[in-house]
Design a protein around this ligand. Structure first.
Ligand SMILES: [Zn+2]
Length: 229
């Protein structure tokens, strides 16, 4: 082979390798069912938050198995009733380096029972003191907000809004939350409904509600991954 032909051959080889690697790169999502084991989370009567988050994660997994989405990889922090401290969840997320992590929770209010609805939390955008990490930090916050906005926009077409009439709120997380503070990748925390609210609780106790929440999250992940490509 002449040097020119060899150059061409190598160039094509590099190009093919590059495109096949790019094609294999999947949009990776870590789903984190909150609480578990001795950490039961919020409680109301016989309802414990750790069971609700696990049941929801199982339903999301079932949808991904029934309707596989090419180009998306889903990983779960826990799929049984085991305790998992925040530190371990952070390590899990950092090890996997997903494009997005979603932590699943159900809210509760101790005194009043009037707070209700679905809440989307994204990391706060306080200025990082370390200039070297500022760009990365803002990238994480901006992406989280962007992914959260896709959830918010889809919400109004989803059964959660049209059938269950659940109100929606989107917030920047104000209080110290390890999963946001100690991870370097985009993340969202979803508080699905208030178990302390009689209206929300009526939804939670209906198995169709869990399926609709799971479908909403499944659908949002597909839309997010499509927009990300
Ligand atoms: Zn929780």
């Amino acid at each position: 082979m002449s040097p020119d032909k060899l150059k061409k051959f190598l160039f094509i080889l590099i190009l093919l390798t590059f495109f096949s690697l790019a094609a294999e790169k999947k949009f990776k999502v870590v789903i984190d069912p909150g609480h578990g084991g001795t950490n039961i989370g919020a409680v109301s009567g016989n309802i414990e938050e750790k069971d609700l988050t696990l049941a929801l994660a199982a339903k999301i997994r079932a949808f991904f198995r029934k309707h596989p989405a090419e180009g998306i990889e889903i990983v779960f922090t826990r799929m049984d009733d085991s305790s998992m401290p925040i530190k371990e969840r952070v390590e899990f997320i950092e090890q996997h380096q997903p494009d997005l992590f979603i932590s699943l929770h159900f809210n509760s209010q101790k005194v009043l029972s009037t707070n209700r609805g679905f809440e989307i939390y994204y990391p706060p955008d306080f200025v990082s003191k370390d200039p070297a990490s500022t760009a990365l930090f803002y990238d994480k916050v901006n992406r989280s907000f962007y992914f959260g906005s896709i959830f918010r926009d889809l919400y109004f077409k989803a059964n959660l809004h049209t059938t269950w009439r659940l109100p929606l709120n989107m917030f920047s997380q104000k209080y110290n939350f390890g999963l946001f503070d100690d991870t370097t990748v985009p993340g969202l925390l979803l508080e699905v409904a208030y178990i302390s609210s009689p209206e929300d609780r009526a939804c939670i106790e209906n198995p169709l509600f869990t399926a609709d929440v799971a479908w909403f999250i499944y659908d949002a992940i597909i839309q997010i991954s499509n927009k990300n490509n």
